[in-house]
Ligand binder design. Structure first.
Ligand code: AMP
Ligand code: MG
Length: 276
């Protein structure tokens, strides 16, 4: 049996147990057919989240270069109301960011109640690129797993619904995508010498990801290992996962809105502010 794609408690995992080509038996055309309904569902959930303002939602996207972090933002979140969502891309830290602890810049971007936030790269870079390139000594990055766990636990206790997605592609798929960028003038702006250089560290990155996923997993802040070689399945999987995760909250959000509506109506009648 295939290993569970949800990592919700700390354990050792092997990425080689997970097939990036998996589609769970689904066909492309089925996913395309399901898309409009799923998008409408997510859009409705986001409206409830926003109106009820009880929880916030944090989506963390991590993955190797070309794994589809930008594509996920574009395709999975296109249906939702931009008013209720922020997308943050974390790059090489600025001088000011680097002068602080590594979570400082992250915490400033966590979503307020009612809001959704997407992290395109995240706090995890500090146990990924920082580890692979020895940007800090080993004992420093080793302490960060626990620091991230505490941080995420605190966010969850403060009503943040956390979903962390690892977009899992093969090394060969990355090669194809990098080469495709060279051939396609509409994609060539994404090219970077750095991507081919980083590719030489593929194995070190896979090790670092295995540790990050295995050590920073909790029921309230799980990782989802997304089969991402096929873009259509990646999008379908993520959309479906977010919807399923938000479903249990919908009833309370609806009740909250109904109660608030009643209160406001009563207040309105009391105040008799209606024009004759
Ligand atoms: P991109 O996602 O292609 O725009 O590239 C962003 C770059 O910023 C990647 O090479 C990341 O590894 C790098 N980056 C993001 N966060 C950090 C960090 N905390 N320390 C060092 N590099 C980082
Ligand atoms: Mg890049």
């Amino acid at each position: 049996m295939a290993a569970s794609r949800i990592i919700d408690n700390p354990r050792d995992i092997k990425l080689s147990d997970y097939d990036p080509d998996d589609t769970n038996g689904m066909k492309h055309k089925d996913a395309t057919a399901a898309q409009p309904k799923l998008e409408a569902r997510l859009c409705a959930q986001q409206e409830l989240l926003y109106a009820a303002s009880r929880q916030s939602v944090l989506l963390v996207l991590q993955g190797m270069d070309t794994s589809g972090k930008d594509g996920t933002v574009k395709h999975v979140l296109q249906s939702i109301n931009p008013t209720g969502c922020h997308v943050w891309s974390f790059k090489v830290p600025s001088a000011e960011e680097a002068a602080h602890d590594f979570l400082w810049r992250i915490h400033q971007r966590t979503p307020a109640r009612g809001m959704m936030a997407v992290f395109n790269r995240s706090q995890y870079e500090d146990v990924l690129v920082a580890r692979v390139h020895n940007l800090v000594p080993r004992d420093i990055w080793q302490e960060r797993y626990a620091q991230i766990n505490h941080f995420e636990h605190m966010l969850a206790q403060n009503d943040t619904i956390i979903l962390k997605f690892f977009l899992h592609i093969t090394k060969d798929e990355q090669r194809q995508r990098l080469l495709a960028r060279e051939d396609d003038p509409t994609k060539s702006w994404k090219l970077s010498v750095g991507d081919w250089q980083e590719r030489q560290y593929w194995d070190a990155y896979q090790d670092a990801y295995q540790d990050a996923l295995g050590k920073c997993a909790a029921e309230q802040a799980p990782w989802y290992i997304v089969p991402a070689n096929k873009k259509w399945y990646r999008n379908h999987f993520i959309l479906q996962t977010i919807i399923e995760r938000l479903e249990p909250y919908e009833r309370a959000w609806n009740e909250e809105l109904a109660a608030r509506g009643k209160e406001e109506l009563a207040a309105l009648r009391q105040a008799k502010v209606h024009e004759a």
